[in-house]
Write a protein that binds this ligand. Structure first.
Ligand SMILES: Cc1ncc(C[n+]2csc(CCOP(=O)(O)OP(=O)(O)O)c2C)c(N)n1
Length: 356
């Protein structure tokens, strides 16, 4: 039996391999070698530090509004890891981890949040769509692309990232329905970080799990511990293989927690108490991987200092390079909406220029 049967949503079990104390579940096998685990841990540390830097750059007025990943690193690193060349990623707006895993440079990523449209353009050969702010809309794009690939006979899969809040949008349900009917090779990856801005998961849906919504659309759903890198990799790997073999979509619910604000424009103290965050702290995806690596004799304070220093150095250099890029012209706001600027856009551009 595969994971999808073992952890069918109606069985009410969440899939976990690595426990919060860094030990494995009985019979649990890591999907990575020690060296691969260490490399992904290092990647997660880099992502967390790059994310923290983004927050502080915003506070200093050097970045636009930013949506931090803090706490969701395992969801994104684990679910991009099993993808192969040719597969496509459709992010929402919190996907620094997925972007860096796909090979987007941190400089490009930072440029976008500094307001430079060039940061939205993935380099040739990297199949990642730009940030999608309209909640849930990217699920439809992912299904459309997957369906098109299927018709063309391309053996690729697409993966869409979205939050628990997006599952209340019509877009999500339309995308799920269409994907189920046409067996689109899509993975719906819901990062259930417990909030949609101030709305808690309990007010988002009366369903017991988000994973179970897949049942209604006729395909597999699985709830995984989204803070367990190993579980996320294994579940996504199975979903990717299944999609590539023509067996259709999968909904993966990664149960995680947003430690930071929704975005830098949000004040979470207005809707959640510090005590609510406490139980999640020991479940931090980095903490548990560190404990696991320590148990394997691969982690100590020196290792942590080395990888932190290396990361900070690279981030310092990237900030310098990104800030050295000339500020874009105001035209760029209007230029890329359509192939040719429409008369109302031209008018708006002229008006903006006259006010500057
Ligand atoms: C169509 C649409 N409605 C409302 C918003 C405002 N908005 C931005 S993010 C967000 C909540 C999204 O929550 P969720 O899908 O859980 O993702 P998370 O932010 O937790 O990652 C809302 C309502 C928007 N961007 N798009």
């Amino acid at each position: 039996m595969g994971l999808m049967e073992d952890y069918h949503p109606l069985k009410g079990k969440m899939f976990q391999i690595l426990k919060p104390d860094g030990t494995l579940q009985p019979g649990g096998k890591p999907p990575l070698t020690d060296q691969e685990t260490l490399a992904l841990y290092q990647k997660m540390v880099f992502i967390r530090l790059a994310d923290q830097r983004a927050l502080s750059l915003q506070r200093q007025g050097r970045f636009g509004t930013y949506a931090p990943i803090w706490g969701q690193e395992a969801c994104q690193v684990g679910s991009t890891y099993p993808l192969q060349k040719g597969d496509w990623v459709f992010p929402a707006f919190r996907e620094i981890g997925a972007a860096l895993m796909m090979g987007i440079s941190l400089k490009k990523f930072y440029l976008y949040w500094m307001g430079n449209e060039m940061g939205s353009r993935a380099p040739e050969g990297i199949n990642m769509m730009p940030v999608s702010v309209p909640v849930g809309s990217q699920t439809l794009h992912a299904v459309g692309a997957a369906w098109a690939a299927k018709i063309k006979g391309d053996k690729i899969v697409t993966i869409a990232y979205f939050g628990d809040g997006a599952t209340s949008k019509g877009d999500f349900h339309e995308a799920m329905n269409f994907a189920g009917v046409f067996k689109a090779p899509t993975i719906f990856f819901c990062q259930n970080n417990q909030f949609a801005i101030s709305v808690p998961r309990s007010l988002q849906t009366a369903s017991k799990t988000i994973a179970q919504k897949a049942i209604a659309y006729g395909f597999d759903g699985i709830q995984v511990d989204g803070n367990d890198l190993f579980a996320v990799i294994m579940a996504t790997k199975e979903a990717v293989e299944k999609a590539r073999s023509g067996a259709g979509p999968t909904l993966i619910e990664g149960v995680t927690y947003r430690f930071g604000p929704h975005t830098t424009a949000d004040d979470p103290t207005k809707y959640r108490k510090e005590e609510e965050i406490e139980p999640w702290k020991p479940l931090d995806p980095l903490v548990r991987l560190r404990l696991y690596l320590k148990g394997r004799g691969l982690w100590n304070e020196e290792v942590e200092t080395r990888i932190t220093e290396e990361a900070q150095k690279e981030i310092d250099q990237t900030v310098k390079e990104a800030e050295a890029v000339p500020t874009p012209e105001v035209e760029e706001i209007f230029k890329y909406v359509f192939a040719e600027m429409t008369p109302p856009l031209k008018e708006q551009l002229e008006y903006l220029k006259s006010t500057l």
